[in-house]
Structure formats: C-alpha cells, structure tokens
Design a protein around this ligand. Structure first.
Ligand code: HEC
Ligand code: HEC
Length: 289
C-alpha cells in the first residue's frame, strides 16, 4: 500500500512515511549538485581506467588507450638530458682549455661533470674537497709536485703517477735507510735540517751536519734551497704542505723508506673529455696555475 506523503508540522518538510514509535523520518534528499558531482567522478574514473594503465594483471597492468607509461616518460626525460649533455661533452672534448674557459655554458657543464666525477672517483683518496690527507696530496693548494697548470693536471690524471701506464709520471726517491746509503744517525741529522726548512726545527739543535748531508744527498733532486724539482717529481721540502706530515718522525720515516705513492691512470676509465672536465674542476679548487 503506497504511503501517503505527509508533511511534518514543525519543520514543514515532507516525511518518508516511515514511523517508529511515533517518530517520523523527514525526507531530506541529497542536493542535486552533489549527486551530479558524484556521478561525474564515477564517469571520470571509468574514463581514466580506459585511457590510462589501471587494472593489475599479474606482472603487467592494462595499458590504457593512451599508451602512457611513467617509466617511458622518465626515460624520455633522461634521454633528452643525456643528449644535451653528450653534445656539450663532445664539445668539451674538441675545444681547447682556453676555448672552454671562454664559453660560460661549456664551463658550467665541465665543472658540474668534473665535480660529480671527482666525488665518484677521486674523493676516496684526495678527500671530498680535494684537501688531501697523509699520503694523498691536497689538490686545493698552490704546492704541486707535478704542476698545477690545466695541461699538467690533465697529464697527471690521464697517465697517473707510478702507475702501469707507459707514459706515467715517474720518480724515485732513494731508499736511504733500506739500502744503507745513510746511517740512522745521519738520517736523524738530515731530518733535523729538513725541519728548519719550514720553521719547525727544535731550538738549539745543531744542523750543520744535516745541512752538509742535505747538500750532498738531497739537493740534486729537491734543489739547493729545497724548492723542489718538477722534472724529477721531487716535492718542495721548504713548504707548509707535506704529503707525509711535517713531524720529525714522519721525515725520518720518509728518508728511511720512501713511500712512493701510486696515482692511478684514468685513461682506461674516463673519456678524454671527462678527464678535461675533472682537470678544470681540480684547477678551480684554489691552487690552479
Ligand atoms: C688510489 C688513490 C688515488 C685516487 C683514486 C686518485 N688519486 Fe690522485 N694521487 C694519488 C697519489 C698517491 C698522488 C701522489 C703521488 C706522488 O706524487 O707521490 C696523487 C697525485 C695527484 C695529482 C698530482 C698533484 C701534484 O701535486 O702534482 C693530481 C692532479 C691528482 N692526483 C688528481 C686526481 C684526480 C683528478 C683523481 C680522480 C680522477 C685522482 N687523483 C684519483 C692517489 C690517488
Ligand atoms: C732521486 C731524487 C731524490 C733524492 C736524491 C731525494 N729525494 Fe726526497 N723525494 C723524492 C721524491 C720523488 C719524493 C716523493 C716520493 C714519495 O711520494 O714517496 C720525495 C719525497 C721526500 C719527502 C716527503 C715530502 C712530503 O711532502 O711529505 C721528504 C721529507 C724527502 N723527500 C726528503 C729527502 C731527503 C732528506 C733527502 C736526502 C737525504 C732526499 N729526500 C733525497 C726524490 C728524491
């Protein structure tokens, strides 16, 4: 039996005709705009299901009519970036250092690529900012064993130092202790003299014997004033930068058994263009010549 539509006396609204113990239910339908929005979202969702990847099918999903894939979109982005980068890296490979430095955009790409490559390959030995550590030279100072011009740095990175590369930079310091070229006392004497070169000598120590030993044994490589000699890769000793430390013990240790560190050659691992980029980055760290 159809319920008769009644009006609620107090609110003036229609009732649904339901009644429980004298309580009647008002008929308050959803606003029309709300219903339309609700239906529209359903239609929208079905549309998205049809157009875009949506329903999982084990290892894949339904592809959708538009063939959209976020992976493809990301790959396209990478490819665009890479080809842009590749073109500029090619240009860096072709251009001379002077040309790269004149070209602001190229220089920016070179320094960015150089910084990343440095962080990935050089940082473990030379430190995050090229500040170096015992046994691994600082690259941000103006004290160079082999040279701080762009070309010298490029050469060092390309062929390495005491590496297996036939064009590696090579230098030897005689094994004064191991080969008994000097006695332990002589080594201590010459170490005392070496420390005067950078103002760390203990006052009152007589360095005359050490100075004589230095002139005879060390000056041929390190120079009469211990200013170093890049042709034989002998570092300056009259310097505030020391690869193995400036303490007496460190100097004695080096004279007794020279360490002769190895710097890998990078021509097998980095492209010539990338080596140029890293050289520009190292040169920019503060000590470039
Ligand atoms: C395995 C450790 C190691 C790694 C990695 C390494 N180096 Fe070296 N590097 C050395 C050592 C050791 C020396 C010093 C060798 C010597 O002359 O006694 C050196 C020396 C250098 C020099 C010469 C400094 C001077 O005073 O002339 C430069 C430039 C240099 N490294 C740049 C780099 C760059 C750029 C990279 C990364 C592409 C790199 N190195 C990676 C160990 C390393
Ligand atoms: C044949 C050339 C040669 C002679 C001679 C020589 N040196 Fe060296 N010296 C080098 C080279 C090359 C290095 C760098 C080697 C290394 O990294 O271990 C070096 C490094 C050093 C260092 C380490 C510098 C640092 O930055 O920590 C000291 C100290 C030193 N020499 C002292 C001496 C003294 C003292 C004598 C003489 C008793 C001497 N050398 C003789 C070639 C020479």
């Amino acid at each position: 039996m159809p319920t008769k539509i009644e009006k609620d006396v107090i609110s003036g609204r229609e009732t649904t005709g339901h009644e429980w113990d004298g309580i009647r239910e008002l008929n308050t339908p959803l606003p029309k705009w709300w219903v339309y929005v609700y239906l529209a979202t359903i239609v929208w969702a079905i549309g998205m299901f049809i157009l875009y990847p949506a329903i999982p099918l084990g290892t894949r999903v339904t592809p959708g009519l538009l063939g959209f894939s976020s992976r493809a979109q990301a790959m396209a982005g990478f490819q665009e970036m890479n080809s842009l980068h590749a073109a500029q890296m090619q240009e860096i490979g072709r251009a001379s250092f002077a040309e790269i430095k004149k070209n602001h955009d190229l220089m920016e790409v070179a320094l960015t690529a150089g910084r990343t490559t440095f962080a990935n390959n050089c940082q473990p030995c030379h430190g995050p900012g090229g500040e170096g550590r015992i046994g691994y030279p600082a690259l941000d100072t103006d004290v160079w064993r082999w040279g701080g011009s762009l070309e010298a740095i490029q050469q060092t990175i390309t062929h390495g130092i005491r590496s297996n590369d036939p064009e590696a930079r090579n230098s030897q310091m005689p094994n004064f202790g191991g080969d008994k070229l000097l006695t332990p006392t002589q080594i201590e004497d010459v170490a005392d003299y070496v420390m005067t070169l950078y103002g760390k000598a203990k006052p009152g120590v007589d360095t005359a014997a050490g100075a004589k030993l230095f002139a005879d044994n060390c000056a041929p490589c390190h120079g009469a004033k211990a200013e170093g000699n890049r042709d034989v890769g002998a570092p300056p000793l009259a310097s505030h930068v020391h690869l193995y430390g400036d303490s007496r013990a460190a100097v004695v240790a080096q004279i007794t058994h020279p360490r002769m560190g190895v710097m890998p050659n990078w021509n097998q691992r980095l492209s010539p263009a990338m080596i140029k980029a890293v050289a520009l980055y190292v040169h920019s760290l503060g000590g470039g010549e």
